[in-house]
Design a protein around this ligand. Structure first.
Ligand code: 16G
Length: 240
């Protein structure tokens, strides 16, 4: 219902109403919304107001537009807590989703200057360079490039990294992963990243860099990840 006498702007009432329909499941991901004209006629409001509501919902990631086709309900974003040091496999399992990986690249290479610094090893020391598309229920979510010292994490194979890297490090090598530092910044998918993540060229993504350490402070991995901004949001609780 739209209340024209309310001090709450009409477009915002419509935003809340559509969000409500998405939350209750009345509108499902992939559903087409009725055209702006229909909303305008139904509520006796201007099409401009409807467009304003749609635009806000597109900007917030609830809806997306397809040129010439209309406006649709977007997939729900995965809300990833930033407290707690977890692996992709653990995150997906905790959500009842099936984790998966597509291995793009697996090679031992000499450490570059940046990687050597991050891993506290000498330049040109052997490191695993591992590139995986991380999948949730078969859908690409992120593109991850790991650098791991081959002298520390011994015996990695393609089969192992198709499963969980953290499970191997902890369960098999008995190394205690303890803490990490991570940065998150916005970026735009390159042509290759867009292709691998099955998103449109130039889509927004989040670039995450993580350095992970063992209990004694030894760096165990340096990771650069590209996360789909249309499928992920990060959450942190704060206390004052
Ligand atoms: C997460 C970590 C990544 C780690 C991976 C291990 C971020 C940004 N990255 O994706 O650093 O290598 O988990 O996952 O969270 P796995 O144990 O499933 O291989």
């Amino acid at each position: 219902m739209i209340n024209k006498n309310s001090p709450i702007p009409i477009y915002f009432q419509l935003v809340e109403q559509i969000k409500g329909c998405i939350e209750t499941g009345e509108l499902q991901p992939g559903d087409a919304l009725p055209p702006e004209r229909e909303y305008a006629e139904k509520y006796k409001i201007s099409r401009m107001t409807v467009r304003q509501a749609f635009t806000q919902l597109v900007n917030e990631g609830y809806l997306y537009r397809l040129q010439g086709k209309g406006t649709f309900v977007a997939e729900r974003k995965i809300e990833q807590p930033l407290q707690g040091l977890t692996s992709f496999t653990e995150d997906m399992k905790a959500r009842g989703m099936e984790p998966g990986s597509e291995l793009i690249h697996f090679e031992i290479v000499p450490a570059s200057n940046q990687v050597a610094t991050q891993l506290s090893i000498s330049e040109y020391a052997p490191v695993y360079e591992i590139k995986r598309i991380r999948l949730a229920d078969g859908v690409p979510m992120a593109l991850e490039t790991n650098y791991i010292s081959a002298n520390l994490v011994k015996g990695l194979t393609e089969q192992i990294v198709m499963q969980s890297l953290y499970a191997y490090i902890e369960g098999h090598l008995n190394l205690m992963i303890d803490y990490a530092s991570q940065t998150i910044e916005s970026s735009i998918a390159s042509q290759n990243e867009a292709k691998l993540l099955k998103i449109k060229n130039g889509s927004p993504v989040m670039l995450i860099q993580r350095s992970t350490f063992l209990k004694d402070g030894t760096p165990v991995e340096f990771v650069k990840s590209v996360y789909r901004a249309d499928r992920y949001k990060f959450m942190i609780q704060m206390k004052r």
